[in-house]
Design a protein around this ligand. Structure first.
Ligand code: CP
Length: 358
């Protein structure tokens, strides 16, 4: 069963397909308004959320589907000690797909191991937030017209900011990307991203503390909030919380076509005056998140359907990556019948019509 736990679960080609689907949804919403009829999304949110939960719910409703779930751990049986795995197994009986946010890192992965339906990581602690990255990718693509050859500044809480970790993993797979990591030294990017992704892949980056000095070179400025809820030491949060504030004055030193992104919520790290600047893309980013989540739901539900069809008809030695072009073959017309082939005497043949397949 395919889930989305890390952005690396999807290839660059699959991300391009999701962007194309999201653009088509944005342009032709009526085409998709019945696409998930009789399907149900469960939103299991053990942590607060505005954008992620509501955009998932809006996405499913606009696809003609249904939504159920909870928005805080205290209103679920987690409050009585139920495990993530048991919750996921139970909800698999009530829904077709799960979006889960949880304060513990890896919780959606555990859910995906236990569930019999696809699970989407909607944010796990300070770890990953792959669907925010889907919103970010569509936003960068729309604002800049490309996903390569970009200087990307990431500013603020790079230690606990899960959206930053997922975005770096995603953007490191495109060519010509350079990162400028702007943070206090206490909030540097964690080793598992800096060493395992940037150093391992040879992606160029610099670590700096001054937003003012970094801003003129940037194509994208990705601002983040200092994540109060992840600090063990309240005094340290108080000391660091005002590290960066993007103002209209600082924007004067930025490129004319630089795009400002922020996963939101904002506290004080972007002055509201910047909202009037056409380069401020963060509210457009929230809309893009809905389109990408619609595309994601469609993809995962379609794959789940194909998997269950394959499981039902699976036979030893059948392969599913060949195409039968025989117009008279039943596979061309029978609904939901997978194309399947067998290797016979060195030739792949359609299992239905026995014609050669490519
Ligand atoms: N960007 C984001 O995850 O926002 P919410 O916490 O409001 O879902």
């Amino acid at each position: 069963m395919r889930s989305l736990i890390s952005i690396l679960d999807f290839s660059v080609e699959e991300l391009a397909d999701l962007i194309a689907t999201a653009e088509d949804i944005a342009a032709n919403p009526e085409k998709y308004q019945e696409a998930c009829r009789h399907k149900t999304l469960a939103t299991l949110f053990f942590e607060p959320s505005t954008r992620t939960r509501l955009s998932f719910e809006a996405a499913m409703l606009e696809l003609g589907g249904n939504v159920l779930g909870f928005s805080e751990a205290g209103s679920s049986s987690a409050a009585k000690g139920e495990s993530v795995a048991d919750t996921a197994k139970t909800v698999s009986n009530y829904a077709n797909i799960i979006a889960m946010r949880h304060p513990k890192e890896g919780a959606p992965f555990v859910a995906s191991q236990a569930a019999t339906i696809p699970v989407i990581n909607a944010g796990d602690g300070g770890h990953q937030h792959p669907t925010q990255t889907l919103a970010d990718l569509l936003t960068i693509h729309r604002e800049m017209g490309r996903l390569n050859d970009l200087v990307i500044g990431l500013c603020g809480d790079l230690k606990y900011g899960r959206t930053v970790h997922s975005l770096i993993e995603a953007m490191s797979r495109y060519s010509g990307i350079r990162f400028v990591l702007i943070s206090p030294k206490e909030l540097r990017l964690p080793d598992y991203v800096r060493c395992n992704v940037l150093d391992a892949e040879g992606i160029p980056y610099t670590e700096v503390t001054s937003l003012e000095e970094a801003i003129p070179q940037l194509d994208i400025l990705y601002m983040t909030r200092i994540q109060r809820e992840r600090f063990d030491d309240a005094a340290e949060y108080e000391r660091l919380k005002d590290s960066y504030v993007l103002t209209a004055q600082k924007m004067e030193h930025a490129k004319k076509n630089m795009a400002v992104l922020h996963p939101l919520p904002r506290v004080n790290e972007i002055s509201v005056k910047v909202d009037e600047d056409p380069r401020a893309a963060y509210f457009r980013q929230t809309l893009n998140g809905k389109f990408m989540r619609m595309a994601l739901i469609l993809k995962l539900l379609e794959e789940a359907k194909q998997n269950s069809i394959r499981e039902a008809v699976d036979t030893d030695g059948w392969v599913y990556d060949k195409v039968c072009t025989n117009a008279k073959c039943i596979c061309q017309t029978e609904q939901e019948l997978p194309m399947a082939a067998e290797l016979i005497e060195g030739v792949y043949r359609c299992v239905y019509c026995e014609k050669k397949v490519q």
